[in-house]
Design a protein around this ligand. Structure first.
Ligand code: ZN
Length: 861
């Protein structure tokens, strides 16, 4: 047979598999189900190495589970709404839909070239009306459950183009990507999902996700950010109530002023006339800052006094009310009590504006004096200056003193214990075109009215003009906006906001099992059969939002009676990055293209002559360190690309792209190719020898080879169980191929078993080559429909083991002994060995230590 030429076999098998429907999901309900899911991509038009890695990992899992007898669902789709399509429409004068579908076609082709076994019959694209119809239906389920509501929220506003900008359209200097204008913050009435109603469930159910990386569970817990504390009400001189949440109610007696966010609804009312101008100026400046800037550490504290006071409810003292931008309006209650003696930010603020500082936690090893303190004391100690709480030990975190404070507040009607979450409600409105329209009609009489089911989907109008200026294209389209109210018939207006694309991806995994259903988003019985997903694979960048939103959707749909499980993803694998070799000039910070470097072993910047630093960084255009998947496939074939990615690093670790290692995998595949084809040719030449079965008495080399075969099966099967170790699985295949190369029994049926085993083991990893070799060996059916290999435990037993011979603990050599030898027999083998004769000659043996299976140590004098 010819030499290994991937180009000749890969496309051929890809076509054959499609014709045979090999990747279609089995409906055989007698088999256990396995749902393998990889995070669907944004259709940018080009597959990069990160994609290759995630889809290859999921594909190996899907292929192994199919061979192991599961009915496997391994679907793929497109997270196809979003900003880039709209930007492309502006820049290239095209329609977002056209640009998106072109990209999808291109990426599908690239995925097929990799030999990924996706069931394309279940493909979904979130921008397709037959998908977003159900996204809209789900929105209305949330609306009916009281989980979708409107309120005012801030947006990024470009004052030149008069348009709302997404965060991605604002550069690091806070300027618009298009006009260059300094971006302002503007209040707009927008839609929210009430995810905070599920905060506690989303937090506690993390404990059930034992198949998730600990790191991801922790990130979610931190994002939800539960803190235990108390709500306390301060009353202003005018009788208004200011509610604050604090995790340290035990320091309430040390609160000497209050701070409101500049956007707090009571600021205007509390501001005295003499302070009005200063307050207004400060509010305008704060409106231009992002939340991130406002919260940044190390910034000098700024703020303005409103001129008003409130009463501290625990001690009746008057405290001044300030505004400052380090308090955010939508965090907590938008108001805080300031305890400068024990909070670093409050301390800085008090020092800057000469506000009183009062110590209420006295550390045991020193005596704090508010007049001479140079920093807040955040550590423990004993409560002082706090009435009934005096003398109670105080910790750094919630402890005895916090509990005592909550009890006191509740007993005296001054406040109550409560939990606070960092998690905010989810702002889902986008003032953009390329998203699922929110299916609501605003009627002057009835208010917000859902679009009736029969009128779904609310389709995106086509042939829209994109300028990037003014209101969103939808809000400019009168013919689309003006509709009669579905309830009363009065002239009404469509909602012109579209949904955050994170909504599209919060339920796509529910659609795949029933992707063609035109009556329902999904048939609950089918969803309950296939879900939860058995193995989810995707990037750590989605560790928080996407996973949290998907979990939230699952819980809401469960509560609507549509699902019978609590969590959507049983196991999660977050694959590491693919990093490219990067040549960096550490003097200038510039990246240099490898082809511009004269001597790669001693790289020097061709422009400056500086020595270049060689580092591995995430592949990107700007760093000139990317490798195009297509180039690798052209040169080595998809199977080599897959093998390299699987072998180079454990799946969750970062992977450094090395051409030499790609070459190494290509050589390995070539070796397997020759091993199988040359053996087959030899067998044909020799003709049929006397038939022998595996059960005949085996020679020593046959037994050893058979042992190597079954060790490989055992190890690789384990590597492909729950904790995927593809790299060690490939190593095991290499060991087996070496054992076959060295075995002196090529005519034996054991050798034939070895050749077939290696081909099957290779099938999930290098599917094209395995298929070609399998057919070459004379099989008619696909290797991918063969049952997975079963370990013959009896083959694992070694006939002989290697015994180490030591004298006084020093190793002198090894001998081969029967594996079943008893302790006494081992000692005898050791005594009789040539080694013993040589090293013990003339010495007196005082003691013999035998470690069965390992060594015999002679203690001599
Ligand atoms: Zn109406």
């Amino acid at each position: 047979m010819d030499r290994y030429t991937p180009a000749q076999i890969e496309e051929k098998w890809q076509k054959a598999w499609i014709e045979q429907g090999l990747h279609q999901t089995s409906n055989d309900l007698s088999k256990p189900k396995f749902y393998a899911l990889s995070m669907f991509p944004y259709p940018s038009g080009n597959l990069h190495m990160g994609h290759v890695r995630v889809y290859t990992i999921a594909d190996v899992i899907a292929r192994v589970r199919r061979m192991q007898g599961f009915r496997v669902l391994n679907p793929m789709g497109w997270d196809a709404f979003g900003l880039p399509a709209e930007n492309a429409a502006i820049e290239r004068n095209t329609q977002p839909a056209e640009w998106t579908y072109q990209n999808i076609a291109q990426m599908r082709l690239q995925l097929d070239q990799l030999g990924i076994s996706f069931d394309w019959d279940r493909e979904v694209a979130t921008c397709s009306p037959d998908y977003y119809r159900w996204t809209q239906w789900i929105f209305l389920e949330f609306f009916k459950a009281g989980l979708a509501y409107q309120k005012e929220a801030t947006v990024n506003w470009d004052p030149i183009d008069q348009t709302v900008l997404a965060n991605e359209q604002v550069d690091s200097a806070g300027k618009s990507w298009r006009s260059g204008a300094v971006v302002e913050r503007k209040l707009l009435r927008q839609w929210f999902f009430k995810i905070t109603d599920y905060a506690e469930q989303l937090l506690t159910d993390l404990d059930t996700l034992t198949g998730w990386p600990e790191k991801v569970r922790l990130m979610q817990a931190n994002w939800i950010g539960k803190s235990i504390g108390a709500q306390v009400t301060f009353t202003t001189e005018g009788g208004d109530q200011l509610v604050v949440f604090t995790t340290r109610p035990d320091t309430l007696w040390g609160a000497t002023f209050m701070v409101l966010s500049p956007e707090h609804s009571l600021v205007e009312k509390l501001t005295v006339p003499e302070q009005a101008a200063a307050i207004a100026t400060y509010q305008a400046a704060a409106a231009k800052k992002s939340d991130l800037d406002r919260m940044a550490e190390g910034q000098e504290k700024t703020g303005v006094w409103t001129g008003s006071y409130a009463i501290n409810p625990v001690n009746g003292e008057q405290v001044p009310i300030w505004i400052a931008d380090y308090v955010l309006v939508d965090y907590g209650t938008g108001a805080i009590m300031a305890v400068p003696a024990h909070d670093p930010r409050d301390f800085e603020f008090a020092k800057k504006f000469n506000l009183p500082i009062k110590v209420v936690v006295q550390p045991e090893d020193e005596t704090l004096d508010s007049a001479t303190m140079t920093a807040a004391h955040v550590g423990g100690g004993v409560i002082v200056n706090s009435g009934a709480l005096n003398g109670i030990p105080a910790g750094k975190e919630a402890g005895q003193s916090v509990e005592a404070a909550v009890q006191w507040l509740e007993a005296n009607g001054k406040g109550n214990g409560t939990n606070n979450y960092r998690l905010r409600d989810w702002l889902i409105s986008r003032q953009r075109y390329w998203g699922a329209p929110i299916p609501i009609i605003h009627c002057p009489k009835c208010g917000a009215v859902p679009v009736p089911d029969a009128d779904l989907p609310v389709k995106l109008p086509e042939d829209v003009a994109f300028s990037g200026r003014g209101a969103s294209p939808l809000a400019q389209l009168e013919s689309w906006i003006n509709v009669p109210c579905p309830t009363c018939g009065t002239s009404a207006k469509r909602e012109t906001d579209t949904m955050d694309t994170f909504i599209d991806s919060s339920w796509y995994f529910l659609r795949y099992p029933d992707a063609k259903n035109d009556q329902q988003a999904f048939d609950p019985a089918i969803a309950n059969d296939w879900l939860p997903v058995d193995q989810y694979v995707g990037g750590i960048e989605h560790a928080i939002l996407h996973l949290l939103y998907s979990r939230f959707f699952t819980k809401v749909l469960r509560d609507r009676g549509l699902l019978n499980f609590d969590e959507p993803f049983k196991r999660l694998l977050t694959q590491g990055m693919v990093q490219g070799k990067t040549y960096k000039n550490s003097q200038t910070g510039k990246y240099v293209l490898a082809v511009h470097i004269a001597d790669l072993t001693n790289p020097v910047d061709p422009e400056t002559g500086d020595a270049l630093e060689v580092v591995y960084e995430k592949m990107s255009k700007s760093k000139h360190n990317g490798v195009a998947p297509g180039d690798v496939i052209d040169k080595y074939g998809a199977d080599t690309a897959r093998m390299f990615i699987l072998f180079k690093a454990p799946p969750e670790k970062d992977l450094e792209w090395e051409d030499a290692d790609v070459e190494g995998q290509f050589r390995f595949l070539n070796r397997v190719w020759r091993l199988v084809t040359e053996w087959k040719t030899g067998k044909e030449t020799a003709g049929n020898s006397a038939p022998r079965t595996l059960h005949s008495a085996l020679s020593k080399p046959e037994k050893e080879l058979r042992r190597a075969i079954h060790i490989a099966i055992q190890a690789i099967t384990e590597d492909l169980a729950d904790e995927y170790q593809f790299n060690t699985a490939v190593s095991e295949m290499m060991k087996l191929s070496n054992a076959l190369t060295d075995a002196p029994c090529k005519e034996s049926p054991v050798y034939a078993e070895g050749i077939e085993t290696l081909t099957k083991l290779l099938a999930p990893f290098a599917p094209h080559m395995a298929e070609e070799l399998w057919h070459h060996l004379g099989h008619v059916e696909s290797v991918h429909t063969q049952p997975w290999l079963v370990v013959d435990e009896s083959a694992l037993i070694a006939d002989e083991i290697t015994l180490v011979i030591q004298v006084l603990g020093k190793t002198k050599g090894t001998i081969q002994v029967p594996a079943q030898a008893t302790k006494e027999e081992l000692e005898q083998y050791a005594r009789d060995s040539d080694l013993a004769k040589r090293y013990l000659d003339g010495k007196e043996i005082k003691k013999v230590i035998v470690v069965p299976g390992k060594l015999v140590n002679f203690v001599v004098v």
